[in-house]
Design a protein around this ligand. Structure first.
Ligand code: NCD
Length: 341
């Protein structure tokens, strides 16, 4: 598990400079990230391993700019920084930053880039991360940007940790290829659904089932992307049939923060799209249940005790996947010796 310069060549896998959207990743990248994550998490087993990880990026600083609510994405990124020895600073409320004095978001982010090597940002504005990345790329001090959620648009690092969780869960059953994945809930505004769908097109034979009330069906652009890539998919409001045909059931929350009229989501009947202990009998014997969290009533707490429930593990996987990703962005992934690579 120590540095091995003989293993520094990582084939043709380019290191990303920014992480902005799921479609920037291809299958070799996903396979590499999963292997890297598997390897890095083994360092957690010994004090020496953890100290080694902490030494890798102790000369770097990161800014977490989170102006939309977050618990696990924020904490898992912050923990990933700490694991790698990166010093982190944070802004979680734009109203107490100079944006309140009328500073533009562009100027604020350019200011942060003067102080740090990496900006991890979550914002309610779709496309903002791309815009900031373009802006910083044109300066003499470009820094890496990670999109940690951009409005209802994209959440690429959640999708990466979802892939890692799927990959691990299906390791003994041939991997993600050929599996049926069902996504349930607010598929219209759920950015995790959009980003995960985008990554799943990298797996031949994949079948996607989208199960929601019609008000929350997937958007036309996502459908178009699936058709262009010849991905087999179906939309249905038959929740029981959908979960019964799937290898993974990905539950999601109603994203009512994006309601154009406050309370509009409450008018939609979502009661059919909930997983309770009663539903477990409909699932395939090796099926898994995932959720990006936070959950509301779409998964009953009694489901937590079933071995099919993987959402708590999924959260922890997020910390390790993000740790692995940051080693790539900041150019130290080649200090992790990989088995069989
Ligand atoms: C998701 C998000 O923010 O999009 N949460 C997360 O990052 N784990 C899902 C959600 O908020 O419903």
């Amino acid at each position: 598990m120590s540095t091995s310069d003989s293993k520094l060549m990582r084939g043709d896998i380019p290191r990303p400079f920014h992480v902005l959207k799921a479609r920037q990743f291809d299958r070799p990248f996903l396979d590499y990230l999963c292997l890297l994550t598997d390897t890095i998490r083994k360092f957690d087993k010994t004090t020496a391993g953890l100290k080694y990880l902490q030494s890798l990026l102790s000369h770097k600083r990161a800014m977490l700019y989170f102006t939309q609510p977050s618990t696990r994405t924020f904490l898992s990124f912050q923990s990933a920084c700490h694991i790698l020895g990166i010093k982190s600073s944070e802004i979680r409320d734009a109203s107490i930053s100079s944006e309140r004095k009328g500073e533009s978001i562009e100027d604020s982010l350019r200011t942060f880039s003067s102080y740090v090597d990496l900006i991890i940002m979550r914002s309610p504005v779709a496309g903002l991360c791309d815009h900031i990345a373009d802006l910083l790329d044109a300066t003499d001090r470009p820094v890496s940007i990670i999109n940690a959620g951009s409005g209802p648009d994209e959440h690429p690092t959640q999708a990466l940790l979802d892939i890692y969780t799927l990959n691990r869960s299906f390791i003994k059953s041939g991997g993600i290829e050929g599996k049926t994945i069902c996504m349930v809930g607010d598929l219209k505004r759920g950015r995790t659904v959009r980003s995960l769908s985008q990554l799943l097109i990298n797996y031949p034979g994949i079948k996607l089932i989208y199960s929601s009330p019609k008000e929350f069906n997937i958007e036309a652009d996502l459908k178009k992307m699936l058709i262009e890539h010849k991905i087999s998919f179906e939309e249905t409001d038959d929740f029981i049939d959908a979960i019964g045909s799937s290898d993974a059931v990905y539950m999601t929350r109603i994203q009512d923060e994006y309601d154009s009229v406050a309370g509009a989501s409450k008018a939609v009947d979502t009661s059919k799209f909930r997983m309770s202990g009663q539903h477990l009998k409909y699932l395939k014997p090796n099926a898994i249940i995932m959720h990006p969290m936070p959950r509301r009533e779409e998964i009953a707490p009694e489901v937590d005790h079933d071995p099919k429930a993987k959402y708590w593990r999924q959260e922890r996987n997020g910390m390790w996947t993000r740790t692995a990703l940051i080693t790539m962005l900041l150019g130290v992934d080649n200090h992790i010796a990989l088995p069989d690579f």
